[in-house]
Design a protein around this ligand. Structure first.
Ligand code: FCB
Length: 394
């Protein structure tokens, strides 16, 4: 380990979760949902195809062994709704059984589990029947009920939705993700409310069936002013209210799932691109600015809820940024913890290189490199840096 730990290791709570995160469509392979159709229309750089072959139990088991080698004690994964409910209202028990086996493999390896019920993908029949229209919600609740009843004993923490605001932004304002709508501002506001209501309903179902902690996962961008001018601060505060606070204020949560990737700067009234001031930028063109993670966490203190960093990572194919990225973000979260923010875990995005939505396989977020032709894995040097941090602080 080259870098020094700035704060004493005992700053972290003893059962702190050190994990990685993935989502079903991005790693499992062989899924069929609205994203598969989107890919077939040429709207992603690649077809997700076999992804990381994670639906294969032998492969899954080997990947869990890789987690153990890295000293990880937690894993965040998602369930693929379209597998569990291939037709409206019809549950496939064999699929739930396979998820139960996967969770058991994790449990037997001493790895705590956090499971997301909805991570961007929808069954095709659901899209055809209204796609988050008010009338279309019932099968979603049936799915949540069946999945949480079946997996109740196997999951430690539940997430309802992953980043619903990002889904709305990309699918209804930017048109880059399904359903490919652009500039639908009225729909965007309507959907923000719909997802919050769906979260609250799902929250109740999960609590009733499992009694375990449940939280929404939100992508918290930090909205900041370039020059510190009053107008910039006003607009940053306004957008923060719409994009961050509203959804937390309108949902019931036992904890907050914080995904953090970058800050959004305003210069005058103008938002800057995600490359920000461009000092350190990932392969995705996202500026690396760990101090903004501290700012986000401090801003969440008012909610008085435990926090998990449910995603944080960097697209970095040649692994030249990742080790520093991990160090700097873990230190940034320690600064917030020192100031009294109750952070309970950190899940790095991602365990493996995987299918990065519209970017296909061109963006490499994995601690472990994947050769998608052979399914061979090779841990990147930064994976061992993360292992050493865990050893020191865990
Ligand atoms: C997040 C998504 C996750 C992954 C990372 C890079 O917004 O939740 O699936 O694509 O970005």
């Amino acid at each position: 380990m080259e870098k020094r730990v700035v704060f004493p290791p005992n700053l972290l709570v003893p059962d702190f979760l050190w994990g990685t995160a993935t989502s079903a469509h991005q790693v499992e392979g062989g899924t069929f949902n609205d994203w598969t159709e989107w890919e077939e229309k040429g709207r992603s750089k690649d077809l997700s195809g076999n992804a990381c072959n994670h639906w294969n139990l032998k492969q899954f088991k080997e990947d869990v062994e890789r987690m153990q080698v890295l000293g990880l004690n937690a894993y965040r994964m998602s369930l693929e709704w379209s597998r569990i409910m291939p037709e409206p209202g019809i549950i496939n028990p064999a699929v739930l059984d396979q998820y139960r086996q996967m969770l058991m493999i994790l449990q037997q390896a001493g790895i705590s589990t956090m499971v997301t019920l909805h991570h961007f993908t929808n069954p095709v029949w659901f899209v055809e029947r209204g796609n988050w229209s008010k009338a279309s919600l019932e099968p979603f609740y049936t799915y949540v009920d069946a999945a949480t009843k079946a997996l109740a004993g196997s999951v430690d923490y539940w997430n309802t939705f992953n980043e619903p605001i990002v889904l709305i932004l990309m699918g209804y304002l930017m048109g880059q993700w399904p359903p490919g709508k652009k500039g639908r501002i009225v729909s965007a506001f309507r959907l923000r409310k719909r997802f919050s209501e769906a979260h609250n309903e799902a929250y109740k179902i999960v609590k009733k069936n499992t009694g375990r902690p449940v939280g929404l996962v939100h992508s918290f961008a930090s909205f900041e002013a370039v020059h510190g001018w009053a107008v910039e601060r006003a607009i940053a505060g306004f957008v923060d209210g719409i994009a961050n606070c509203w959804i937390v204020d309108h949902t019931e949560n036992d904890f907050l799932g914080v995904n953090f990737y970058f800050r959004q700067l305003f210069s005058g009234l103008r938002p800057l691109p995600t490359s920000g001031l461009g000092k350190r930028v990932s392969d995705f063109g996202w500026e690396i600015n760990p101090e903004s993670l501290t700012k986000v966490l401090l801003s969440l203190k008012k909610y008085n809820l435990p926090i998990f960093i449910t995603e944080n990572g960097v697209a970095d194919a040649n692994d030249s940024l990742r080790a520093d990225f991990i160090w700097d973000h873990i230190q940034a979260l320690q600064v917030a913890m020192r100031a009294g923010v109750d952070v309970r875990g950190y899940f790095h995005w991602s365990l493996l290189d995987n299918f990065e939505w519209a970017e296909g396989y061109t963006k490499r977020f994995g601690l472990i490199e994947v050769d998608f032709k052979t399914q061979k894995r090779r841990p990147r040097p930064s994976a061992y840096v993360y292992r050493d941090i865990i050893r020191t602080m865990g």
